[in-house]
Design a protein around this ligand. Sequence first.
Ligand SMILES: *Cc1c(COP(=O)(O)O)cnc(C)c1O
Length: 421
Amino acid sequence: MEGNNSMFVPTTRRRFFGAAGGALAAGTALQAGATAGHETEPVDYYEKLGVRKIVNAAGTYTFLTAAVMPPQVRAAVNQAAKHPVRLEELQTKAGEYLAKRLRCEAALVTAGAASALTLGMAACITRGNEDSIKAIPNSMQGLKNEVIVQKTHRYEYDHALRNCGIEFVTVETMDDYQRAFNERTVMCHYFNAAQESPISREDWIRVAHSHNVPCFNDAAADVPPISNLWNYTAMGFDLVTFSGGKGIRGPQNAGLLLGRKDLIEAAARNNNPNSNTVGRGMKVAKEQIVGMVAAVDWFLSQTDAGMEAEFRRTAERIAAHVRGVPTLTTTIAVPPVANHVPHLLLKYDPARVKIEPKEVARQLREGDPPIELNPFTGRNGDKDLPSDENTIVVGVWMLQPGEELIVARRLKEVLSHAASA
Ligand SMILES: *Cc1c(COP(=O)(O)O)cnc(C)c1O
């Protein structure tokens, strides 16, 4: 329990039990808290469940629970948990507030970007036709159900749109695109961080609008820069989504659907608390709706330069620590669109440092505390990062203060050991 873990477990728990004298005092505090409405010392359920806390040197990956909320956001979540409210009123007021702050007509807090895709899609199909809300996704007679998308924009979130009963019409050239429209066309979808986009955002919007068809931009992982939160709606996209739990650092089960008022209203009609809807299972609880709003407030209080400088400093601190490893070189690289923040890349000669990056990742994952490196470690980063089979990638932006040293020490230990083997 002590040892390495004590480096990143807050000391308050120990201090509390130490000062108050253990379990008996905890029980007393609990009772006092329940009657007087005071906060009680929280139980660490990760510990109780035997779930290992990780050091996230990867990034905002869903399978690693994405971001950790900043203290202000956690406090807002905690505060919201204390009172019941009317869910629809909270959804509406949160949306109005976000629309103002994010300079768009309307907004809805969804259960993540994937939910926003489903609700926005449902909105495009069902707007002006209340009966169709119940009909989708498997009674599509008389409903528009074709979504036009560039071939290079087909991705692992297709299913979020297909949940509404649509079919994709895939295009490659501007000519294909022009010809793809017909009376069943319901939406034109854009994947903001696609590696190739033969048709630009501006052209995509212009052509769709000339056919009176709405455009949706999935920009889930595409902040920073902060201004992306309004750039794409300003550009003319009718709907835009951002994940709440990635760069914005809100709750992982929250996201933003931003855009045209009539479409956001239609999305809300396909959402809970309405029961017979595609969005009924996509509830965002009051705590997370408030958390999403607080996270946007927090994110808008940051600056791109400030965040970039912080991540660079973190990367440089790790780089400085491992620099003595033979043949090792360090670079800092920023992916172009998604996860557009400094990442640290370590390259070395595998003939001299006899360990593969993937094996380094495995050893860090199995160490104490477990450290997760960026999944581009030991892989070709394609157009996102200049990584390859001989590169270790450290995603620094989700590290908590002080954790960069834990990562640096472990990397140095594993690499030095391999260099002396
Ligand atoms: C992460 C991601 C999503 C899903 O976001 P959630 O908030 O986890 O639902 C959708 N689209 C893209 C491009 C993403 O990167």
